[in-house]
Design a protein around this ligand. Structure first.
Ligand SMILES: *Cc1c(COP(=O)(O)O)cnc(C)c1O
Length: 474
């Protein structure tokens, strides 16, 4: 992006400004409400009820003569220039979260001056005229075609994030099957369990395979235990930590085998992570409304690459009538989770879908999978435990020993494992820099006589673990 920030560079040369340093990790002291423990490799412990404000940028009252002196404007411009520099540096060293940071929306900068709001239903014009519904519906049609549902049969909207898509999908499921039990694998995103709490639904956690996929044998057992209640099932099209893709066809088969007829189950597909990657991977189970699924959601700021959080949720029109209410004040229908909705997001999505097209996404998917294999192979050659699921660009490996390295590369960690999600902006060159830094650090962490790297056989399988345990200890 250049457009809007270009205004700044007329007066300020951001390259001449130092980036804000990363806030320090202080042993035993709190940074941003988080107690940094020295023990446990500096892993963070969050102390509830103690918010700390150390790195806060204070809002100050304007002085009476600010208009004349311009001091305040100069100060604020300086803060923004430094912030921009930090963003550039942090963008360069980002590997852990599945965000595609590679895009150029310069052409859309002209729209920043408008308060674009698509409140209400995308398909019903509200009285508020500064909206972008025409873009929104265009984007929704594109996704409907991708997931094989007729224009006349789907309903959907552009959400604020993948979580909102999940909250909506589960809600539709519950409205269609009010006494249904929610089934989700234990490696599902936390938003699924949040939905269960919010809607006070009975929720059954289903076990997973080492790959992170839902264990259909366990699902079957749980379904049989609860045969008297309908089933609302969350299927992961890419789990957050291991990038595992649940086998949608096998889940449907399991439902059939246990005697659940189509009117007694509802499937929501959480495609936040890979929803837009799987259609372009040959061997992947296809997400399609030709199968008995109820809804699919995807995040717009992940693989697609949007500069603000957003997402897409698509469901069947027949279901939405169970959920919606007319609202006279809006002159619209209320079927969304949020009221006001970001009207800029659909334009960003529309822009990037137009630019890239199916072919462009396919190329990017191939590049990501290739680079992910490269990273996994390099790690293994170097004797570092690592796993990469077949349909995934998420490389799971041993958690780096020190927190500073984790923070430098913004890795996501869970227990003894960390991951890198290879997105289109993660090039081989970037991976090489990361790998060489990791090797160098490891020789310090695990040099002669020091501790051993962690055993991760329990998390990623002994065939992927290089600690020498041979899978004996877990
Ligand atoms: C990221 C993610 C979500 C949530 O998406 P947000 O856009 O961050 O709200 C949900 N499910 C999975 C599998 C994810 O990876």
């Amino acid at each position: 992006m250049n457009g809007a920030v270009g205004i700044l560079s007329r007066e300020f040369d951001p390259t001449a400004v130092l980036a804000e340093p990363l806030p320090p990790i202080l042993g035993g002291r709190e940074v941003n409400g988080v107690n940094e423990e020295e023990k446990g490799n500096g892993r963070r412990q969050i102390v509830l009820g103690r918010n700390v404000h150390t790195s806060c940028l204070e809002v100050t009252e304007p002085d009476a003569d600010d208009e004349l002196t311009g001091d305040k404007d100069a100060h604020m411009a300086g803060v923004l220039a430094r912030y921009r520099k930090t963003l550039m540096e942090r963008t360069k060293h980002h590997l852990g979260y599945p965000y595609n940071l590679d895009f150029d929306y310069g052409a859309l900068a002209q729209l920043q001056h408008f308060s674009i709001n698509n409140l209400g239903d995308p398909f019903i014009e509200s009285n508020y005229g500064v909206h972008s519904r025409q873009f929104e519906v265009g984007v929704l049609d594109w996704f409907a075609r991708l997931w094989e549902i007729e224009k006349t049969e789907y309903w959907g909207y552009i959400t604020n994030c993948g979580t909102e898509g999940n909250l909506h999908g589960i809600l539709v499921g519950r409205e269609v099957l009010p006494d249904g039990i929610l089934y989700a694998s234990r490696e599902s995103h936390y938003s699924i369990f949040k939905a269960a709490r919010m809607y006070r639904m009975e929720c059954v956690k289903v076990g997973t395979l080492v790959s992170g996929e839902i264990d259909c044998a366990h699902l079957k057992a749980k379904l049989l235990e609860n045969k008297d209640k309908p089933a609302i099932i969350n299927v992961n099209i890419g789990t957050t930590v291991k990038g595992a893709v649940d086998d949608l066809d096998f889940v449907i088969q399991t439902l059939e085998e246990t005697g659940f007829t189509r009117d007694r189950f509802y499937i929501h597909c959480d495609g936040a992570l890979f929803g837009l990657m799987m259609p372009f991977v040959k061997r992947a189970p296809k997400v399609s409304f030709k199968k008995p699924i109820g809804s699919v959601s995807v995040s717009g700021h992940k693989f697609v690459g949007c500069p603000m959080p957003c997402g897409v949720q698509i469901t069947r029109l027949e279901h939405i009538n169970a959920l919606s209410r007319n609202v006279e004040y809006l002159a619209s229908r209320d079927a969304t989770i949020m009221g006001s909705r970001n009207g800029h997001a659909p334009i960003f999505l529309w822009y990037t879908l137009n630019k890239k097209g199916y072919k462009g996404f396919q190329k990017e998917v191939q590049k990501c999978l290739r680079n992910a294999h490269y990273l996994k192979d390099c790690l293994r050659w170097a004797g570092i435990s690592a796993m990469l699921n077949e349909l995934s660009s998420t490389v799971v490996f041993e958690r780096p020993l020190d927190q500073e390295f984790v923070r430098r590369w913004q890795l996501a960690c869970e227990g003894n494992i960390a991951h890198v999600v290879v997105m289109p902006n993660v090039t081989m060159e970037k991976l090489d820099v990361f790998l060489s830094e990791l090797m160098e650090k490891r020789s310090v962490w695990y040099g002669e006589g020091r501790e051993d790297p962690p055993c991760v056989a329990g998390e990623i399988g002994h065939e992927n673990c290089c600690c020498g345990c041979g899978g004996l200890h877990k």
